[in-house]
Design a protein around this ligand. Sequence first.
Ligand SMILES: [Zn+2]
Length: 191
Amino acid sequence: MICHESNTFVDQPIILESFRNDTLMTGPAIRDQFGKSHHEMGGFFAGLEEVGIEPVPLLAARIIPGSVITAETYDQLSSLLFGELESAGDLDGLLVAPHGASVCETALDMDGDWLARLRTQVGSRVPIISTLDAHASLSQKMVDATDAIVAYRTYSAPGPVRSRLESSRSHGTPPSVVKSDRDNRPAIHPW
Ligand SMILES: [Zn+2]
């Protein structure tokens, strides 16, 4: 999860410390914090447990809402994410939770950017399933990088948790939850 919502009219830039003041963690600590929470990440863990898939938490970085993320901060978050990904070894799939409205100094579509980099890193055979906030700035880059995108049904409860749960299920079974067609466009689940 790299979760942020940018308001480009706000002057004060978002730095790594801003994330630290909200949420910035890697590895098993993420499960301790979010495993049972009424939060999107809680839905991931619950959904994976339900279908018997072992979760490998990589990164949880959140600050909402705020201004533009500095280029340096984006680099630092990327290093954390891709470092964790490399340490994790082979994974069967990725559940990702961009909020869908992040802007950084070097990428107007920051979420599309890191999702595209993630796709490049894992290749085309590893499914990437994403959740999105209802007022995300959905981009072609996000669509191209993912196999499926599941939007919140409602905001707040129970939308985030439920959409995460659905996306967790789509990674395993049943396939009818979110259809994915690698040769065409990923399906966007219409709530
Ligand atoms: Zn939002």
